[in-house]
Design a protein. Structure first.
Length: 371
């Protein structure tokens, strides 16, 4: 079966996701703001869930159409082939959002879409009502500029929830964004990675998983695991394939430091749960004392932005410290993500490259120094 997919993602990660989907042999990959579309089969459904490092979730696109009125929304929804996915005992709740569209009441849109799907399935299965006790098919809608996309979520919990981080510090970085920082820093399996403000260790753990080429979803389950359209053998085959791609011959090590002993304790536990504790060394140290212990170093840091953990003046002082400690040298690169537009001024020099990213709803820049 040829399936159309949509991948919602953090703004700024569209290109990375498009590249990784192409590397998985996805077809018709195209990126838009905040989402990436592609096509594939049931194997690709499982593969993208298991192996994507940067996607938030994998959605099946049931259909799209223009809708300026509730009647157009109802008729457009009813015309779609919901029975391809939803059986007569399955659960199919509805949620979504509307932006810059004539239809702005999300609750009304939810009700109308639900009613339209029910009417379609009533005609298909010739039943008067639905018990909704079976597998979960979460319907998600997005209406942007009067174009409605109706999808079904295959992932369940967001794909950034790898399973190794039940604990986190006060302002945790999403796993997907941490992995993206490693990717844009061109982290390799023979590099030495540093995070001198490591908190709960997310950047270091994602870096180690990337170096080992461990699929981020290899140890977790997805809502589509229970769907008859994707047999258990497909999931088993895709997990075997993902494991066969793991590296063992790596010369990678990571060093993490922080002044918060509780955060370091959480980081050690998270690394152990992720199975990468042998590749990461943690120690209590102030960033003012940061000095790489190796000649070559890939340094990635997510310092406080002055929005949640520090005030702007304290953040500026911290950036000056980073500018002094992050000394240019052959074989060393530094990546700093922050929302502070005056970061370079405080840091003391211009970045060699910038990349716009979003940390949740916070607009940030990744400042990269490698010359």
């Amino acid at each position: 079966m040829i399936i159309d997919f949509c991948v919602p993602c953090l703004l700024g990660l569209e290109g990375l996701i498009a590249d990784e989907l192409r590397s998985m042999d996805a077809s018709d990959v195209r990126a838009e703001n905040g989402r990436v579309f592609f096509t594939g089969d049931e194997h690709m459904l499982a593969r993208a869930n298991i192996r994507s490092r940067f996607a938030e979730r994998i959605l099946v696109v049931v259909g799209s159409f223009e809708a300026h009125s509730f009647e157009e929304l109802f008729q457009g929804t009813k015309a779609l082939p919901w029975e391809t996915w939803i059986g007569k005992t399955d659960k199919f709740p509805v949620k979504g959002y509307s932006l810059n569209s004539d239809l702005f009441s999300v609750s009304d849109c939810q009700s109308i879409i639900k009613k339209a799907v029910v009417e379609r399935l009533k005609d298909t299965y010739n039943v008067p009502w639905f018990e909704e006790t079976g597998a979960l098919y979460q319907i998600q809608f997005s209406i942007m500029k009067n174009v409605a996309y109706l999808t079904i979520d295959t992932s369940g919990r967001g794909l950034h929830k790898r399973g190794y981080r039940p604990e986190a510090n006060a302002a945790p970085l999403k796993e997907t964004l941490a992995a993206a920082l490693c990717e844009i820093s061109h982290l390799k399996h023979y590099h030495t990675l540093y995070d001198p403000m490591c908190g709960s260790g997310t950047i270091l753990i994602e870096g180690a998983l990337m170096a080992l080429n461990v699929a981020p979803g290899i140890a977790r389950r997805f809502v589509a695991d229970t769907w008859p359209q994707v047999p258990a053998e497909i999931w088993q085959e895709e997990r075997r394939l993902a494991r066969s791609l793991q590296r063992t011959d790596i010369d990678f090590h990571a060093y993490g430091s922080d002044i918060d002993e509780a955060a370091l304790a959480a980081a050690r536990q998270n690394a152990k749960r992720a199975g990468v504790e042998n590749y990461i060394t943690f120690e209590k140290k102030d960033v003012r004392d940061f000095e790489p212990v190796t000649e070559r170093a890939t340094v990635i840091v997510n310092p406080p932005y002055g929005e949640r953990l520090l005030d702007a003046q304290e953040a500026s002082r911290l950036y000056r410290v980073l500018g002094k400690r992050f000394v240019p040298a052959k074989g060393r690169s530094y990546t700093v993500i922050t929302s502070d537009e005056d970061f370079e001024k405080s840091f003391g020099r211009k970045a060699d490259k910038r990349r716009k990213l979003y940390n949740g709803m916070i607009k940030c820049q990744a400042y990269m120094f490698f010359k």
